[in-house]
Design a protein around this ligand. Structure first.
Ligand code: ADP
Ligand code: MG
Length: 480
């Protein structure tokens, strides 16, 4: 008999508590059995060392239901091999994941490492998932919430469509391929596991309504609300089921609410400040204009007075903008002809268009039914958007308005061929006071959004640098 493994190798095998290992020599004699093996199968070291492994009896059944023994009699075609074997012990069927590895030693010595891992619980969980009946399967699939079931090693066994929608994967891409912790940012999976065992979080084995983040396939983080439960079988932990809900829409609404509240507060302040500033401004502007008309003043002084007058006008305009956007007067809706209003506004700006070399086009596709809107407010929206378009085309270009009925809405697209907006600025456009223009107020789009949302409509901006910008407005066609 060859020398059994000793030293580091033996200690290594003994340290593997969840792996049962036998080392066989070329004659299939047992030269080593690790501690776990002896304990699990109830052997004493002296009983088995040196014996041919076939002598140990035939406790296993192969997949073809034939008895296998502690190692196959014919080793050669088997290794390296991996197979599932079953064994009856105390009226229960245990399932083992078995691997045979050929170990090449020095001077031509060769051993075989026969290692087994008990995978009964995982196997049962998997077969339970396979056996889940149609109704249950449909229920899980139909859930809008994400549902993921995984075993204790993190292998995903169930991944429903809800989870797919939130995380951006199909079940086929996930099951058996991606470990569950991949769906969370660093350390989050670890934290979740810790919380599941924390009695303060709904009890040991239960995690309820935990707000955290999941990682979408595209790498972005999705805020979620997670509940999870440990799954047991015969008091042993076999897996975890997680239910989670997408919080993105909710977050968006919360931010909007907060924004509206802030605007309301700001509105009160602005009303107060405007009131205090407007009267002295009118006096300053009025006197400056009056003095500017005097012919006995030197030219230099008159120029300065005219500057004062201009700047005062600018301030007045600013105050008017500020109060419009914060006042939020409810719209006075009357049935009207929107394309006619668009033409009217374009005519109003005609000289500015010509000055810049901007050509205006209006396409009203199909029949636009008369519908109710506040023409004063919509006129202001159009003026603001046309002005922005104009300012983006200092060298001229096209300003195109497209009006179209889509289902129950009127969709208005205002497109320019101007310098466009860099992607990183897109999400700031509707923030009050955001401007990239010298002398801009940064209130135009904020005002537009306020007015459009008072009409239960929506406004969005799409843009490409150097190509142009489109503002799309959707207004519900409330019957006139
Ligand atoms: P203001 O025009 O006073 O700057 P707005 O709220 O009307 O304020 O617009 C905010 C910003 O959005 C502008 O400063 C500009 O950077 C950008 N913007 C709006 N409309 C357009 C457009 N049609 N083309 C390019 N940039 C635009
Ligand atoms: Mg503007």
């Amino acid at each position: 008999m060859r020398k059994p493994p000793e030293g580091l190798f033996a200690r290594l095998l003994d340290s593997l508590t969840d792996m049962y290992a036998l080392v066989l020599d070329q004659d299939l004699r047992i030269t080593y059995a690790n501690v776990s093996f002896l304990e699990h199968f109830g052997f004493k070291w002296e009983e088995i060392i040196g014996r041919p492994c076939q002598d140990l009896g035939r406790p296993f059944l192969g997949t073809d239901n034939l008895p296998v023994g502690f190692c196959p009699e014919e080793l050669s075609p088997w290794y390296p091999a991996r197979t599932l074997l079953t064994r009856e012990a105390q009226d229960k069927v245990q399932v083992y994941d078995c691997t045979l590895n050929h170990l090449e030693g020095r001077r031509g010595a060769a051993w075989t490492l026969w290692s087994l891992r008990d995978v009964t619980h995982r196997f049962r969980l998997e077969s339970r998932v396979r056996q889940m009946d149609e109704l249950e399967r449909n229920l899980v699939q139909a859930s809008m919430d994400g549902i993921i079931v995984n075993d204790m090693l993190g292998n995903v066994l169930i991944f429903n469509n809800g989870a797919g929608k939130i995380l951006g994967y199909t079940p086929e891409e996930v099951i058996g391929k991606i470990k569950v912790y991949k769906f969370y940012p660093d350390k989050t999976a670890h934290e979740i596991k810790r919380l599941i065992y924390d009695p303060a979080r709904g009890g040991v084995g239960i995690l309820e309504n935990y707000e955290t983040q999941a990682r979408h396939q595209d790498g972005s983080l999705v805020p979620i609300w997670l509940s999870a439960r440990l799954l047991h079988e015969d008091a042993r932990e076999v897996g975890i089921v997680g239910y989670f809900r997408d919080l993105r829409e909710r977050r968006r609404l919360e931010t909007e609410l907060l924004r509206n509240e802030r605007l309301a507060t700001l509105g009160k302040m602005v009303a107060h400040i405007s009131h205090e500033i407007k009267n002295p401004l009118i006096t300053i502007g009025g006197f400056a204009a009056q003095l500017g008309r005097r012919t006995d003043l030197p030219e230099n002084a008159r120029r300065k007075l005219s500057l004062i007058h201009q700047e005062v006008q600018r301030l007045e305009k600013f105050l008017t903008d500020m109060s419009t956007f914060t006042r939020g007067a409810p719209p006075q809706k009357t049935p009207g002809d929107l394309p006619a209003l668009i033409r009217e506004v374009a005519e109003l700006m005609d000289s500015s268009f010509k000055e810049r070399g901007v050509v205006f086009h209006l396409y009203a596709q199909g029949l636009i039914p008369p519908f109710a809107f506040d023409s004063g407010q919509i006129r202001q929206v159009l003026l603001n958007l046309f002005k922005n378009a104009l300012e983006s085309m200092p060298q001229g270009g096209d300003l195109t308005v497209n009006a179209q009925v889509q289902y129950d809405d009127l969709v208005l697209k205002i497109t320019d061929t101007g310098h466009g907006i860099p992607p990183e600025q897109l999400h700031n456009l509707f923030t009050p006071f955001f401007t990239t223009k010298e002398g801009g107020t940064g209130l135009g789009l904020t005002i537009c959004r306020g007015l459009i949302s008072q009409h239960q409509g929506e406004i969005a901006v799409e843009s490409a640098v150097d190509c142009g910008t489109t503002c799309a407005i959707r207004l519900p066609l409330v019957s006139a």
